[in-house]
Design a protein. Structure first.
Length: 181
């Protein structure tokens, strides 16, 4: 049950990131360097020039990533894909990534990394996401350190900084939940 709640939390975040372009400005708290925080979900988002939106969410066990675009096409909803995350030129495979397709035309990928990624992101200057050697998204991470601290403070304030050992371990297929959007 906790996994289903955590998956639903991630899916709600995907909708918030994808809908960021149409949401009223007061729904998002502007942070520095183009970063915004959705306070009710502690979700950060940043849009780059290529229409890709990067969404990040801190928890005490994971950093959740949502990377989406309206110009992306041809993804199979709920499919598992192999991605490569590149921080400041250092590449690492993404263990488990899922594609998603939303009814409003946004398509992309969601995945999570361990909480140790918090410090790595705060110290990084750029992020790339690649699939089969092709660069999908490139994001300047200027200002991400302050944004990540805001997300962490939001998480601790709203969720108490600990939901149990299994709550944010998002393994398994949540494509059924995503279809409900």
């Amino acid at each position: 049950m906790l996994k289903a709640i955590a998956a639903a939390f991630l899916v709600a975040g995907l909708g918030a990131v994808a809908g960021a372009q149409t949401e009223a400005e007061e729904d998002f708290q502007a942070l520095s360097d183009g970063w915004h925080l959705h306070p009710s979900m502690c979700l950060l988002h940043h849009q780059d020039e290529s229409e890709w939106v990067l969404g990040l969410r801190y928890s005490d066990m994971t950093i959740d990533f949502d990377v989406s675009s309206r110009s992306q096409s041809g993804l199979e909803h709920g499919g598992t894909v192999e991605l490569e995350l590149v921080l400041d030129g250092a590449s690492r495979p993404v263990a488990e990534a899922h594609s998603f397709v939303l009814a409003d035309g946004w398509q992309g990928y969601s995945f999570w990394e361990g909480a140790e990624m918090f410090d790595q992101l705060k110290g990084a200057g750029s992020l790339e996401l690649r699939r089969q050697g092709q660069v999908l998204a490139r994001v300047d991470l200027t200002g991400v350190a302050a944004a990540m601290e805001a997300s962490k403070a939001c998480y601790v304030a709203n969720f108490g900084g600990g939901l149990g050992d299994d709550s944010m371990n998002m393994t398994g297929d949540y494509s059924t939940d995503m279809n409900a959007m």
